[in-house]
Design a protein around this ligand. Sequence first.
Ligand code: NDP
Length: 330
Amino acid sequence: MSQSSRAVRIHRTGGPEEMVIDTVAVGEPGPGQVRIRHHAIGLNFIDVYQRTGLYNNPLPLQLGMEGAGVVEAVGEGVTHLKAGDRAAYAANPPGSYCDVRVMPAMNVCKLPDAIDFETGAAMMLKGLTAQYLLKKTRPVEGLEPGDFVLFHAAAGGVGLIACQWAKALGLQLIGTAGSDDKCALALAHGAAHAINYRTENFVERVKAITAGKGVKVVYDSVGKDTWEGSLDCLRPFGLMASFGNASGPVAPFAPGILGAKGSLYVTRQTLFTHISSRAATQAMADDLFAVVTSGQVKIRIDQRFALTDVQAAHRSLEARATTGCTILLP
Ligand code: NDP
């Protein structure tokens, strides 16, 4: 039986005004697929990259990579979900900005009873990202309790989760953020130190905090504006973990610079490599569910928008006017 759904789509790449609400047909799930009706949808900075065309996708494109809701039907071969289950996901290809959709079941996980839909929609993509960054993206020298790491945009969606999780792991997270209020938020969520990188030189502050030694890892999702300074914050053999481009993509660089700055390592990670199998997705999600249900990591939803106000939601995110997580409500 076919039904229809509202869907936020772009027909060409560009600004927030390119997002329109279309009506699309939604059919039955095929083999390995699930049909899910959203109760809440997560907003992520990656949605901006998809909208502007930084990441190539065929058009028209239904945006959104995170959501939570109720499973309506499952296709052949899907054994970990059934109709009526509460579920949440982070998934590629995009398509979560809608009422109901058919999608691969691989990345869709049953939501524990203790986690509500809004929290589920807000935390999957950002929380699984914090998980792989802190648990799997390790310097060759290892990461021990007490070690310093630098995390940019620490008061954002991924950032506030990382502050709390890093503290639970015993790490001393130095967070950067774009205002004093955002710095206060990062500190209140477990950052050991916070730097307003709009008013302070973050390299000098990191050197002062670490007694000139530098940090073992920099987690950098800001990209163009912080790249150079981030390398200067690392101690010898340190790891530059680049995972985003909120200020624009990093310019090409000569590898020799890594030698000159102390035999550094660089990696560019993406969540979707980490969740490319059902087993890996579930293992990471279980880890995330455990820290959230234990209260070690609280998912802070600071902005809620109606799905129909998606343009305002994107404008707010791009203007650096948000903190924590943002959700869209269908
Ligand atoms: P955030 O809520 O963190 O929003 C982005 C933040 O980046 C802003 O709030 C702002 O914080 C900071 N920022 C710095 N410079 C700029 C700029 N020029 N324009 C806009 N923002 C800027 O977003 P998310 O939590 O959704 O994602 C955080 C980052 O992590 C993004 O870059 C995203 O692409 C990346 N990401 C990467 C993943 C991966 O696997 N590779 C997966 C998930 C997210 P402030 O004002 O404090 O500087």
